[in-house]
Design a binder for this molecule. Structure first.
Ligand code: UT7
Length: 335
């Protein structure tokens, strides 16, 4: 069996910065409320009329990751694309990236696991590398939230949190068994499926039915979040799945050099930091600048941490996520 490691990282954020103050001009909210509850100061939103899409942002991040991995795009043997905001209902955005990167043909798979999407995709890539089937896999997490949020006071509990952006990683075969992805751990609990969801339009509510109802008060077009329930489950599951990963590798929390949590809420990250007794420099947070970019959040944060020199060879990295599904997961990586 082979080992897999991250050989290249890239990110792409739309240039349009939307501050809390900007939001307070279009809905009843405030910089104070948003910062106090979430830590977010600003996020990026694709500018109306811009050519950025979920797939194009993913492809832009991927080009950087591929170049940093020192390979040619043709050497990518599989694309795993994690998103909850694909360009189209179908086909998935992975095939669009394959076309944008001008890879002649290759398998492309979309992963529908929301905030945990990048961890699920990384774990899937790891299995394909372990069995020897592929040597270079492109894993992308990308989201275009801004076009689908309710930007009125009605939607403020959700819309102030989410931002747009993409991150990408090239996952490569590694011969050294002590380096790379040491293990990954995935979970779901579908009884909470509707607690953080976007129900319509869907096969539960096909478009003709929605058009016929023509009801502007219908909120099912927008994401719904039971914030407090999500928060309570997140702090428990984050902690559990990090501990599960450490125990699987016979490691204690003291071994962690860097924890990169999914950027759901700065308060959740701080809770987890305290739980594991980590110092500020051992937990990477950038939600202050980008909001919650769901599947994009871990690869964006990991790329930024690496660009800043905060991830060094030999470091023990822990990635962890929790979100809609509910789904959650972790990956333990020796860099
Ligand atoms: O990626 C994983 C998924 N997401 C998460 O992990 C998020 C988890 N949940 C959270 O982070 C928090 O629940 C939120 C930040 C979303 C909300 O914080 P909260 O402390 O749970 O607030 P709440 O929903 O209980 O609302 C408290 C009050 C309400 O007003 P009343 O009923 O007390 O008068 C809301 O209407 O705050 C009001 N509110 C707002 N006020 C100003 C809700 N959203 C806003 C807003 N600005 N944007």
């Amino acid at each position: 069996m082979y080992q897999s490691r991250i050989s290249g990282l890239g990110k792409y954020l739309p240039e349009n910065v939307v501050t809390n103050k900007d939001l307070s001009k279009i809905m009843d909210t405030s910089d104070e409320w948003i910062q106090e509850r979430t830590g977010i100061r600003e996020r990026r939103h694709i500018r109306k009329g811009s050519e950025d899409t979920t797939a194009s942002m993913g492809a832009a991040a991927a080009r950087i990751a591929i170049e940093r991995a020192g390979i040619q795009t043709e050497e990518i043997e599989l694309i795993l694309f994690a998103t909850l905001s694909p360009d189209y209902y179908f086909p998935g955005s992975g095939v669009l990236v394959q076309e944008l990167l001008e890879i002649p043909t290759c398998p492309a798979m979309d992963i529908r696991n929301q905030c945990s999407g990048f961890i699920y995709a990384l774990s899937t890539a790891d299995q394909f590398i372990k069995t020897g089937m592929y040597k270079n896999i492109l894993v992308i997490g990308s989201e275009n939230h801004s076009g689908g949020l309710d930007m009125t006071t009605r939607g403020r509990g959700v819309s102030v949190i989410f931002g747009d952006g993409a991150g990408a990683a090239v996952i490569t075969r590694e011969e050294n068994p002590e380096r790379g992805v040491l293990s990954s751990h995935l979970h779901s609990e579908g009884k909470f499926a509707e607690e953080l969801s976007l129900i319509g339009p869907s096969t539960n509510r096909w478009v003709p039915e929605i058009l016929e109802a023509n009801d502007p008060s219908d909120e099912s077009y927008f994401p719904f979040m039971n914030g407090q329930l999500v928060f309570k489950n997140a702090v428990v599951r984050f902690s559990e799945v990090i501990m599960e990963g450490l125990q699987a590798n016979k490691l204690s929390p003291e071994a962690i050099d860097m924890l990169i949590p999914h950027q759901a809420n700065l308060r959740i990250s701080q809770f987890v930091q305290k739980k594991f007794g980590l110092q500020d420099h051992q937990v990477y947070n950038n939600i202050q600048h980008y909001g919650n970019t769901t599947a994009g959040s871990i690869p964006i944060a990991l790329t930024e941490a690496w660009e800043e020199g905060q991830v060094k060879e030999g470091d023990l990295l822990v990635l962890a996520a929790f979100g809609s599904g509910f789904t959650w997961g972790s990956a333990i990586i020796r860099w």
